[in-house]
Design a protein around this ligand. Structure first.
Ligand SMILES: [Mg+2]
Length: 211
């Protein structure tokens, strides 16, 4: 049975800021491969695993600076020869813009009495940048993968988010731009919005909350 929404949770990359896929595409062009191949090489496979260095850094197990040096086996597996600057290009400052309409909507959600959350796979070293780009006080709950030691789509990080919000799984709406991050929360009972276009996603949120 549907329960009224009490909390709206937001992913960061691709939801509150523009997607990293723009940078991925440019790097893929350099190597003459599809963006999906470069995504898998640099950000790891869709399923979360113990070994890919990006996943490990997002869980806080290694430093971001260590990722590039550990990519070789993954590059070999995909038949790509690394140049050595891929991570520097991917994480270069200024590669994205903040989407102000999202921040405005979060402020309105709070004014309307909803709890708000940030749920992001991210590196410890990136926290100062994220806090510069987005006002953390917009959120009742901030869940960062490196601090939890688990990353989306691992079930634990969604359970931690629900616990911190203090609501039922079925009272949460969640916005994320990666479909592989949505299966687990759907199984838990969350309502999800797959974000492609941010304006369309906000219209979908309005429709959900008006039910
Ligand atoms: Mg994202």
């Amino acid at each position: 049975m549907n329960q009224p929404t009490r909390a709206v949770v937001f992913d960061f990359g691709g939801v509150l800021i523009t997607s990293i896929s723009n940078q991925l595409s440019e790097i893929a062009v350099t190597h003459g491969v599809d963006t999906s191949v470069m995504h898998e090489l640099l950000l790891g496979p869709r399923a979360s695993g113990p070994d890919h260095p990006w996943h490990r850094a997002e869980r806080g197990e290694i430093a971001t600076a260590e990722i590039q040096g550990l990519l070789r086996p993954w590059a070999d597996g995909l038949g790509v020869t690394l140049h050595g600057d891929e991570m520097a290009r991917l994480l270069a400052p200024g590669g994205y813009t903040v989407i102000d309409t999202m921040s405005d909507r979060i402020r309105r959600l709070r004014a309307d009495g909803y709890l708000t959350g940030l749920l992001t796979n991210t590196f410890a070293e990136f926290q100062p940048t994220m806090q510069r780009d987005i006002d953390f006080s917009l959120f009742d709950v901030v869940v960062e993968s490196f601090a939890v030691g688990a990353r989306k789509p691992e079930r634990l990080i969604y359970e931690v988010t629900r616990e911190m919000l203090g609501v039922d799984h079925r009272q949460i709406v969640y916005l994320d731009d990666f479909d592989q991050n949505l299966d687990e929360p759907i199984a838990l009972g969350w309502t999800t919005i797959l974000v492609d276009d941010q304006d369309e996603a906000l219209r979908e949120l309005d429709r959900l909350l008006a039910r």
